[in-house]
Design a protein around this ligand. Structure first.
Ligand code: UDP
Length: 245
């Protein structure tokens, strides 16, 4: 499986289908690990945060989420198979888990959201076992770990605390958590619960999902300035050959 580096973050150059196959193979083997789906904002952040970069690169799968990463790969002339949106990867993974009667724990988002997401996923995939739900607002990590482990073993734990909180949590507690594969998925539970709409296909297909989100959630404007800064940095790195500056 090929890796390509974008500003020092090593992405897996694989399709969504291959990513799901790889995740399922690990689950069947009981091989513990975590999946990250960094977008340009996180890669830009990791440029000046060595710890964040290390924990992204220590993931079992580093999936290229977002059009910014796809553009960056084009600028750098590094072959990326396709954009793999975390939320779509997880939707397919859940389908495969259901086919094999495997289990899922939903962790993150505001109280009540994970339960709604669980109901919707169970309706879509009757074969799926949901071991439990836990909201993403807790006083200390130990409390959240206790609640997750109280549900018994889960083949997959979705960790939806927003980035980089979820990545830090997964890396720090991988060994303690009673789950095989942890997936950091940002606001996905809100979408599965129907609390937040995903952008219509037109926006997704034309690389304009960020624009749709900006229209719906204008407070994201400041965070989104990371995209042009990120692309400029990628262009500079191509000229200088240095990835970290
Ligand atoms: N969240 C959480 N705990 C926190 C902070 C955030 O569970 O301490 C949840 C929040 O409710 C939302 C998700 O994390 O469901 C973050 O969503 P967002 O779309 O901002 O994440 P992104 O995908 O952009 O990282």
């Amino acid at each position: 499986m090929g890796k390509i580096s974008i500003l020092g973050v090593n992405f897996d150059a694989i399709s969504k289908t291959e990513a799901v196959e790889c995740a399922m193979a690990r689950i069947r083997e009981g091989k513990k690990g975590y999946v990250v789906t960094p977008n340009s904002e996180i890669v830009y952040m990791a440029r000046s945060d060595a710890q964040l970069k290390r924990l992204l690169n220590a993931a079992a799968l580093v999936l290229p989420d977002g059009i910014g990463i796809v553009h960056a790969a084009k600028i750098l002339k590094k072959p990326l198979t396709e954009k793999v949106a975390g939320i779509e990867f997880a939707a397919d993974l859940v389908g495969e888990l259901a086919k094999e009667g495997r289990s899922l724990f939903l962790f993150g988002a505001k109280p009540g959201i994970a339960e709604k997401a669980a109901q919707n996923l169970k309706k879509q995939h009757p074969g799926l076992i949901i071991t439990g739900c836990r909201d993403g607002y807790f006083k200390n990590d130990a409390e959240a770990i206790h609640d997750i482990n109280a549900a018994g073993h889960s083949d997959v734990i979705l960790v939806c605390l927003g980035a980089p909180k979820q990545e830090v949590f997964m890396k720090a507690h991988l060994d303690e958590l009673n789950g095989t594969l942890l997936c950091g998925l940002g606001g996905s539970l809100d979408v599965y619960a129907g609390a937040v709409e995903r952008a219509p296909d037109f926006y997704v297909d034309h690389g304009l999902e960020w624009f749709y989100r900006l229209k719906k959630e204008p407070w994201r404007a400041k965070r989104m300035t990371a995209l042009p800064k990120f692309l400029l940095t990628v262009m500079k790195s191509k000229v200088t050959g240095k990835e970290d500056k």
